[in-house]
Ligand binder design. Structure first.
Ligand code: MG
Length: 345
């Protein structure tokens, strides 16, 4: 077989400027990889690099030729374990870059089998989930307006970014605007341990589902301190990057928040899901701001998850790829095309 490969950079404009406790962005630079077999099947995968984890579109483009050399030299898309292992030996860091290739290969092999990826994996499409829709930090009034828009668009689960000096006010306003919604919050490491315990007590009054990464990942004892005193379940995101982190965060968090772009591929994500469950944790799959070139693949893991936060493409004002449909936020696997379901709009 002869596999041919190519990649291109996409600059994706966001619908609204996206602010979290540490940063604001108005565009997302993704890199899309295509891998074609000699029968004309094309696998597509995206990298959504995050500066927080040391990657940019430039670093993805810099290592991509080496990663695609691995794919071309193995020359068998079904050798997923070998290719992922050899990619990691070639480029140990750069998880988003490796992830784009992992996704493109999974899309390709499922297309070769003429099956949607979840069926290639043998998963039950009835066990799907609803994604949350994220409300970024802004003035309380604008956050209230964004909430009204999200509710109007049919989203029932909202993830609210906090880490300001008015977190209680924000969540109170959002609860007021969306009385029936499930609300989860994400502090992106903004609080100190004692501050977190106090804030969580206030947030619990607004029927919040859980709190993501209340304090810095570098403070595992602080995470444990917060969890022991928290009125709400705690999710670990910045503390939970690769498989090796799972045993470390057991006891610090109730929920492991995985992201494909942190862990470097679909096989690693699957290992993390099972390991987290073995450590008594629930599992959420989150995302960066991403095109459907990568979100589509993440959707196929939904039957293995407890929570989904896969709104990366929903936050874009345009995405040249369409993926798995999400009517009212519900991840619709059943109607799927072969592979991840990704296709050019
Ligand atoms: Mg987070």
């Amino acid at each position: 077989m002869t596999l041919s490969t190519e990649y291109e950079r996409l600059s994706l404009p966001l619908e609204h400027a996206f602010t979290i406790s540490r940063s604001t962005q108005t565009t997302a630079d993704n890199v899309v990889v295509r891998i074609e077999d000699d029968e004309g099947n094309v696998g597509v995968g995206g990298a959504a690099p995050s500066k927080h984890y040391g990657e940019t579109a430039d670093t993805v483009e810099a290592v991509m030729p080496d990663l695609l050399d691995v794919v071309e030299s193995v020359d068998d898309p079904h050798a997923l374990a070998r290719i992922e292992r050899e990619m990691k030996e070639t480029v140990n860091r750069n998880p988003a870059a490796r992830c784009a290739v992992s996704i493109a290969l999974h899309d390709l092999v499922a297309k070769r089998a003429d099956l949607p990826l979840y069926r290639y994996w043998g998963l039950d499409p009835e066990d799907t989930l609803e994604t949350s829709f994220t409300i970024g930090i802004d003035t309380t009034e604008v956050m209230r307006e964004k909430t009204a828009e999200a509710v109007e668009a049919g989203y029932n689960t909202l993830k609210v970014k906090v880490g300001t000096d008015r977190d209680g006010e924000i969540v109170g306003a959002i609860r007021d605007e969306a009385p029936d919604a499930t609300i989860r919050v994400d502090a992106n490491q903004a609080w100190s341990p004692r501050e977190a315990v106090g804030k969580i007590e206030v947030l619990a009054e607004y029927d919040v589902e859980f709190v993501e990464q209340p304090i810095p990942a570098e403070n595992p004892d602080g995470m444990r301190f917060v969890r022991e005193r928290s009125a709400l379940p705690i999710a670990a995101d910045e503390s939970c990057i690769t498989l090796e982190d799972i045993p470390r965060i057991a006891g610090q968090a109730d929920i492991a928040n995985l992201k494909l772009m942190k862990c470097g591929g679909l096989r690693e994500a699957m290992r993390m899901i099972h390991t987290a469950k073995a450590h008594g944790m629930e599992v959420m799959l989150g995302c960066m701001i991403e095109s459907n070139a990568s979100i589509a693949a993440a959707c196929h893991l939904a039957p293995l998850l407890d929570y989904a936060d896969l709104d990366g493409s929903l936050l874009l004002s345009e995405d040249e790829y369409e993926g798995v449909p999400m009517p009212n936020g519900s991840i619709g696997l059943k109607t799927g095309r072969p592979g991840t379901g990704v296709q050019k709009q």
